[in-house]
Ligand binder design. Structure first.
Ligand code: MG
Length: 248
């Protein structure tokens, strides 16, 4: 069931989104060679708690941490660890959710660790562009498939691929709600967008094959060919005009 949020619910979500935008500012200055993904998790956890919110991912389905930290060929759901030291040339995706007064926001950024390759830079840039191409069509009266198709077209026209097994989603009182928001699809297909819907739009773009598999830890998703993956995600509110991005 797709829910339409009330003004009050939207305000709680905006507050959660604002906290996330600040979490990224706090985290990004520490993304340097030598830091561990557990360190980044702690920064995010502390910031969210200090601002009277809850980390949405902590204990979600048994996930043990507050952020997902996915390095290089890891697509999503990497578990922060003291053993996972970031090195010069890595890319790391930090995905984080915050829950304020019972309402979630969800967002992700991929960061460069030190000096990265030109191809990694291009992947990150195109992934971010995919998000903005998609949400440019996110308005009342359009369809989920319009967003999906715009993301896919931009990724593939740049020689990259779009992960199929994981998709964006509705977000609100639950971290994951209807509808699914795939990063691939056809214009005019899927549920029709209405003002007050809230969506996490999250292109996951791979350098090589779109195929992924899960590691034995039961969480981490990696590319099957070992090539890089990047992600860029924000929570948006559908309106009659341009959507409102609440996690920027
Ligand atoms: Mg999400």
């Amino acid at each position: 069931m797709i829910t339409i949020k009330s003004k009050e619910e939207l305000n709680y979500m905006r507050q959660a989104g604002k906290i996330l935008s600040e979490v990224f500012k706090a985290v990004e200055v520490f993304v340097k060679p030598g830091i561990t993904t557990a360190d980044l998790d702690k920064i995010a956890y502390d910031y969210i708690i200090k601002h009277n919110a809850k980390p949405s991912f902590l204990n979600y389905g048994g996930f043990p941490k507050s952020i997902c930290a996915s390095v290089n060929d890891e697509v999503v759901h990497g578990i922060p660890s003291k053993k996972r030291i970031l090195h010069d040339g890595d890319i790391v995706t930090v995905d984080v959710g915050a829950c304020f007064k019972g309402y979630h926001a969800d967002a992700a950024r991929t960061y460069a660790v030190g000096n990265i390759s030109d191809e990694a830079k291009r992947l990150m840039k195109v992934t971010e562009e995919c998000f903005f191409k998609g949400v440019a069509l996110a308005r009342e009266g359009n369809h989920i498939g319009d967003i999906s198709n715009a993301v896919q077209q931009h990724a593939e026209s740049n020689g990259f691929s779009v992960v199929r097994d994981l998709v964006g989603h509705g977000v609100g009182a639950q971290l994951h709600e209807d509808p699914n928001v795939p990063n691939f699809g056809k214009p005019g297909k899927g549920p029709k967008l209405k003002a007050g819907m809230t969506l996490a739009v999250e292109p996951m773009i791979n350098e090589g094959t779109y195929q992924v598999w899960q590691l034995d830890d039961g969480w981490t998703i990696v590319t099957q060919d070992g090539m890089l993956s990047a992600q860029y995600e924000n929570t948006i509110i559908i309106t009659k005009d341009e959507c409102e991005i609440i996690t920027l």
